[in-house]
Design a protein around this ligand. Structure first.
Ligand code: HEM
Ligand SMILES: [Ca+2]
Ligand SMILES: [Ca+2]
Length: 301
């Protein structure tokens, strides 16, 4: 039921352009727009499908997804991007309450990837917004940075995504930041995680000393932190994957060949990424009675 150009023949034919302009404005204010929006889309799709359930705010009688510990570190700029784009859409005659928050997030993610030098692709649209969002529903649905290949594969398989989709999507860690506690076990274990490049491990220790301020976050891709490129895989070849879940893609012989292939070919990586994120965008899509178009992306109608 999703399709490219979904809004073209509706009362809001310029929906994608309006969202695109809002995302570009936000991007000009802060680069964080890019990683924050991409990660928000991922965390949305993996919990209850791509239905903007992650954007719902908690209320007195409901603790929403965004307040689950796995979502607390989602950067506010991702939410803000969707809220701003929604306001821009709703301000246009004919568009008011015609474009779902879930679709706005899908479009904004596509645009964020392109703005930071990643591939451009046509985005499938036609999702409705979900009708539930609970912190409890997040449990076990998102991957942990300590995961090994089997754990990554099974969690992605639960969402209809293959090992190669998982390897491609992991490259989103080519932009954005991580807090020190996510990988502290790797650099402060004895011995230090042997799959880590020694120089890199020392750098990480100096950027993330043992009693570091928990708010400190460091670039996940030290080389091109603001470019959506295949440097993610090149880093893995050097032992510079930040999380266990990153580096395992190179150390496990089952995933290693694709890591090498995509480190060596940006076009091959880009094609695989577009394919994988398009598939991710189809997870658990809501239609008919299962959803609606929210007036306020953070509040159920
Ligand atoms: C494969 C399993 C994955 C694991 C274990 C994982 C885990 C993490 C962790 C722990 C962080 C750091 C959070 C923080 O400390 O603030 C992070 C950041 C991020 N992740 Fe993932 N992630 C995975 C896959 C993905 C996928 C599939 C995407 C998107 C397609 C994605 C996009 C991002 C982005 C863009 C950031 C940076 C956010 C920012 O700078 O605000 N991740 N991830
Ligand atoms: Ca969702
Ligand atoms: Ca990069």
């Amino acid at each position: 039921q999703l399709r490219i150009g979904y809004y073209a023949n509706t009362t809001c034919p310029n929906a994608e352009k309006i969202v695109g302009d809002a995302v570009a404005n936000k991007y000009n204010q802060t680069f964080v727009t890019v990683p924050a929006t991409i990660r928000l889309f991922f965390h949305d799709c993996f919990v209850e499908g791509c239905d903007a359930s992650v954007i719902i705010a908690s209320t007195g009688n409901n603790t929403a997804e965004k307040d689950n510990p796995d979502n607390i570190s989602l950067a506010g700029d991702g939410f803000d991007t969707v809220i701003k784009a929604k306001a821009a859409v709703d301000a246009v005659h004919g568009c008011t309450n015609k474009v779902s928050c879930a679709d706005i997030l899908a479009i904004a993610t596509r645009d964020a990837i392109q703005l930071s030098g990643g591939p451009h692709y046509e985005v499938e649209l036609g999702r409705l917004d979900g009708l539930t969002s609970t912190a409890a529903s997040v449990e076990g649905k998102l991957p942990k940075p300590t995961f090994d290949l089997n754990q990554l594969n099974s969690l992605f398989a639960n969402n209809g995504l293959s090992q190669s989709d998982m390897i491609a999507l992991s490259a989103a860690h080519t932009v954005g930041v991580s807090h020190c506690n996510r990988f502290a076990d790797r650099i402060y274990s004895n011995p230090v995680d042997p799959t880590l490049n020694k120089t890199y491990a020392t750098e990480l220790q100096s950027m993330c000393p043992k009693n570091v301020d928990p708010d400190i976050a460091i670039n996940m891709d030290m080389n091109t932190p603001r470019i959506f490129d295949n440097m993610y895989y090149k880093n893995l070849l050097q032992g510079e994957g930040l999380f266990t879940s990153d580096q395992v893609l190179f150390t496990d012989s089952r995933s290693k060949p694709l890591v090498i292939a995509w480190a060596n070919s940006s076009p091959a990586f880009q094609a695989a990424f577009v394919d994988a994120i398009t598939k991710m965008g189809r997870i658990g899509v809501k239609t008919g009675k299962n959803g609606n178009i929210r007036r306020d992306c953070a509040v159920f109608n």
